[in-house]
Each structure stands twice: as structure tokens, then as C-alpha cells.
Design a protein around this ligand. Structure first.
Ligand code: FAD
Ligand code: SF4
Length: 466
């Protein structure tokens, strides 16, 4: 008999008071008894709608059934068929708008906590195999493939091709592999150790990762092909920050969220012994309402700021960040200044940020995105005293690869044009993840890497059969 408890088991978390001053992980994970009891809430539906909601179609009821039977390794094996980064996805996937949104238990209560169960299974597997990453015996098929970027799309594409026997080299611009998983998403949401384990596993299995190598500068896509790589996958993400083009954005104390988070996460500014330069801000305004804005705000708080505000031009219902992250941010004391839009950043005589002037907004008619358009309220200008402003209003793909790869067609906004399977306008050049879609999600980037790996395999086989 299933457990008919209406609510999902809550996720144990650190207290908000403790969280404000530590980068330790906020969510602590289910223990075995809680996981089994949660798994027993699953009805094992004959037509499991949850699977349709999952972008990589994990066999959700099957893995959950294994959890209820305490066959945790069996559960891991099922998840791993479809997702190569389950410990990452269990933590950062927006399950509430994917698998859990369509779960039938959600009709008369709360959905099954699919994401929490995925995390439990992955963590348990990682703990059991700690330090002893299983090496596969791989027989090289003698064909070389280059992967540009080591984010979730690149790692997934490289892992799949490696399993098929290709000699894969990942070229990564930064000094550490992992993409946004290491430079963007903070330690308190995704411990970097988890990502390192995944990249170590790839290396052990024969994938080469060349860090500090910027494709388009150190060497071009064409040079890679001249070097014997038969195909190139571009998974270079969307790391170019957008700004608002308002006066004052060049003042000292204005960061893009990417720069701020990179300094805090990748450059470890949060560690007392770190010598990474970062502003010791007291009053911070973070402009934007997505996950990136929440991460920047919560990081600023942990870096010692006294007041951190989210400044967002729409309302609560329109906040694009995950609900759970908004709740966590609120619990920690982040101030939400909704229906508020910045007009100018004001500086002092030394060129340092001293305030941000904003207007109040109200919601008008829906715009092209279907969301109600924010409209400025008359005579509502006001000033907020801040010493730091972090812009988190979106990013786009960096134009470097486009500008150095002849014949590579891109959208006006910079996204690489690619078909469903990642084929671009250049034969042998494939692309996927944020570089194609613009800023999206980890699971979609992984899905794109997977599809491209299959297409690259088919392309090389066909080419060599001629
Ligand atoms: P990326 O992860 O961006 O990786 C691209 C890599 O390519 C980078 O390492 C970059 O250095 C490298 N690169 C770029 N150009 C070159 C070059 N010319 N040569 C060599 N290497 C290059 N998604 C979720 O699902 N859930 C979340 O909670 C979530 N939170 C987020 C929080 C933040 C702060 C950010 C920034 C994003 C978040 N996302 C989240 C989005 C998610 O992380 C991305 O959609 C995903 O990482 C995209 O993967 P990718 O492989 O396409 O690119
Ligand atoms: Fe279980 Fe919900 Fe999926 Fe049905 S829809 S199989 S109850 S997780």
C-alpha cells in the first residue's frame, strides 16, 4: 500500500541564522528512513506523467520503486541511464516546473519529492564509492573529437562520446572544469566537491581536459579540425553579462552577477585566507529576479553585507527564480523590492557607488512573453542608499567563437543556430546548451550534449564509411 501522506517529507535545512554566515550547503538531504517513506508515496502510475515532465525522461517510477525496496544502487543505475550528473540535478533542477509539476500526487496534495529522492540516491552512491571511482576499460576507436567548454553540455557530450570509444579532449577557458556549476552556482547550493568528482571520473575514463585554453584565441575551431579532430562540439555557454545601459553602470562597486559570483565561488573570495579582491559591501542592491540574482544576493549576505535587496521590476508571481530559492533568500533576510526599476546609479566624488535611484512600477497588459508588462508609476522616483550594485538581468553567448569561425551561423542575439541534434551550419561542428538556447537550465544543457554526442557518432561513422 502506498503511503497516502498528502505532503512531501520536508527537506532538512540549516537554520537561516546559521546560513547567513556560512557557505556550507543549505539543504542537508534526506536520511534513509525519510527517503524510503517518501518513495512509498509514489503510486507507480501505469502512465507516469512525471516521466513526460522530465527533459531527459528518467524512468522515475522505476527508480523510486527501487528506493522503496532499499535497492539504492539499483535506483542509481536507473537514473544514470539518462542523467550523467544526478547529484547535480537532484540539487539544482527546477523539478517543480518539470517532473513534479506533472506528478499525479500533486492533484490532491503535494507531488512526490522526486528531486530530493534523486539527490538522496546520488549522494548515497557517491558516499559508498568515495574516492574509488570505477575505471572502465575503454577501447579507443581512433577518432578524435574536440569539446569546447566544460559545463553540463560539454561534460555530457564528452562522457557519451568517450563511452562510444572516441578520444575526446575538452578545451576549457577557465582554470577549473565545470562551467556554471563551478563558477556560478554557489557552494551553499551545490558543493564543488560534487562537480569535481564528476570531472575526475571523466578524466579517469580517458577524457582529456585542457584548461586555460580559450577557443577563438589560443586556437580556433578550424585549427582544431586541422589538428585531426573530426568533429567539434561547442558548449561554450552564455557567459556574457547584460547591463541596463543606465547612467552610473561604470562606477566602482558595480558588478555583473557573473563577475561577482566568479570571484566568490571560483576564486574562493569567501575563504578567509583568499586574496581575491572583492568589495566588502555593507548595503547591496541586486538587480534581477532569477536564480542568478538570488545566488548573488545570498552570496553578498554571506560575505558580510548588512542589507541586501533584490530590485525587480515585476511582482512576486513573476519572479523567475525557483520558489524554493526565493523562500530561502527571504528566510535569510534578503529584502525584496518588487515592482521597482533602477533609473540611475549614483556615485560619490571618488567614483564609488553611493546610491541607486529607482521608480515604482505597476503591472499593465501582458507583453509578448505573456507576462504583464511593468509600467512606470508617475512621480515615484526614490533613492536607495547602497555601496554595491550587482546586475543580474541576463547573459548572452560570448561572440568570440562566432567571430573566429567562418560560416558559423548565429542568431542576432548571439545564439549559435543548430538543429535538434546540435548540427550547425558548418559540417562537423555541433553545438548545444546555453550557447544555442541562451541562458536556460542544467538539465536542458545535458540533454543537448547527449543528443549532439549521438549525432557526432553518426556523422563520423557516415564520413568514414564513404
Ligand atoms: P556553461 O555551464 O556556461 O559552461 C560553458 C563553459 O564553456 C564555461 O566553463 C566557459 O568557461 C567555457 N567557455 C566559454 N567560451 C569558451 C571558449 N571560447 N573556449 C573554451 N571554453 C569556453 N540551472 C538550473 O537548472 N538550476 C539552477 O538552479 C541554476 N542556477 C544558476 C545559477 C547561476 C548563478 C547561473 C549563472 C546559472 C544557473 N543555472 C541554473 C543555469 C545553468 O547553470 C546553465 O543553463 C548551464 O550551466 C548551461 O550549461 P552549458 O554547458 O551550456 O554552459
Ligand atoms: Fe509516482 Fe508521481 Fe510519477 Fe505517478 S506521477 S509514478 S505518483 S512520481
Amino acid at each position: 500500500m502506498p503511503n497516502m501522506q498528502k505532503e512531501k517529507h520536508p527537506m532538512p535545512t540549516r537554520s537561516p541564522e546559521e546560513r547567513r554566515s556560512t557557505f556550507g550547503e543549505v539543504a542537508l538531504g534526506y536520511d534513509e528512513e525519510t527517503a524510503v517513506s517518501e518513495a512509498e508515496r509514489c503510486l507507480n502510475c501505469r502512465n507516469p506523467l512525471c516521466v513526460k515532465g522530465c527533459p531527459v525522461m528518467i524512468r522515475i517510477p522505476d527508480f523510486i520503486r527501487k528506493v522503496s525496496l532499499r535497492d539504492f544502487e539499483g535506483a542509481y543505475a536507473i537514473i544514470h541511464e539518462s542523467s550523467s550528473l544526478p547529484a547535480v540535478c537532484g540539487r539544482v533542477c527546477p523539478q517543480e516546473s518539470q517532473c513534479e509539476k506533472t506528478c499525479v500526487r500533486g492533484l490532491k496534495g503535494e507531488s512526490v519529492a522526486i528531486g530530493r529522492l534523486e539527490r538522496f540516491v546520488a549522494d548515497r552512491h557517491n558516499a559508498a564509492s568515495s574516492g574509488q571511482i570505477e575505471e572502465r576499460t575503454r577501447i579507443s576507436n581512433g577518432h578524435k573529437v574536440a569539446v569546447v567548454g566544460s559545463g553540463p553540455s560539454g561534460l555530457t557530450c564528452a562522457g557519451d562520446l568517450n563511452r562510444l570509444g572516441y578520444d575526446v579532449t575538452i578545451f576549457e577557458a577557465l582554470h577549473v572544469a565545470g562551467g556554471v556549476l563551478v563558477y556560478g552556482i554557489p557552494e551553499f547550493r551545490l558543493p564543488k566537491e560534487i562537480v569535481r568528482k564528476e570531472t575526475d571520473e571523466l578524466i579517469r575514463n580517458g577524457v582529456e581536459i585542457k584548461t586555460n585554453t580559450v577557443i577563438g584565441k589560443t586556437m580556433t575551431v578550424d585549427e582544431l579540425m586541422e589538428d585531426g579532430y573530426e568533429a567539434v562540439f561547442i558548449g561554450s555557454g552564455a557567459g556574457l553579462p547584460r547591463f541596463m545601459s543606465i547612467p552610473g553602470e561604470n562606477l566602482k562597486g558595480v558588478y555583473s552577477a557573473n563577475e561577482y559570483l566568479t570571484r566568490v565561488n571560483l576564486m574562493k573570495a569567501y575563504l578567509p585566507e583568499s586574496d581575491t579582491p572583492i568589495r566588502r559591501a555593507k548595503r547591496v542592491a541586486v538587480v534581477g529576479g532569477g536564480n542568478v540574482a538570488m545566488d548573488a544576493a545570498r552570496s553578498a549576505l554571506r560575505m558580510g553585507a548588512e542589507e541586501v535587496s533584490i530590485v525587480y521590476r515585476r511582482g512576486e508571481a513573476e519572479l523567475p527564480a525557483r520558489k524554493e530559492e526565493v523562500e530561502h533568500a527571504r528566510e535569510e533576510g534578503i529584502v525584496f523590492r518588487l515592482l521597482t526599476n533602477p533609473k540611475e546609479i549614483l556615485g560619490d566624488e571618488h567614483g564609488e557607488v553611493r546610491a541607486i535611484s529607482c521608480v515604482e512600477m505597476e503591472l499593465g497588459e501582458p507583453d509578448a512573453s505573456g507576462r504583464r508588462r511593468p509600467v512606470e508609476k508617475k512621480d515615484s522616483l526614490f533613492t536607495l542608499d547602497v555601496d554595491t550594485v550587482i546586475m543580474a538581468i541576463g547573459t548572452s553567448p560570448n561572440p568570440l567563437i562566432k567571430s573566429t569561425t567562418e560560416g558559423l551561423v548565429t542568431e542576432k542575439w548571439g545564439g549559435i543556430v543548430a538543429d535538434e541534434d546540435g548540427r550547425t551550419s558548418r559540417p562537423g561542428v555541433f553545438a548545444g546548451g546555453d550557447a544555442v538556447t541562451g541562458a536556460a537550465t542544467v538539465i536542458l544543457a545535458m540533454g543537448a550534449g547527449k543528443k549532439a554526442a549521438a549525432a557526432i557518432d553518426a556523422y563520423i561513422k557516415e564520413k568514414n564509411a564513404k
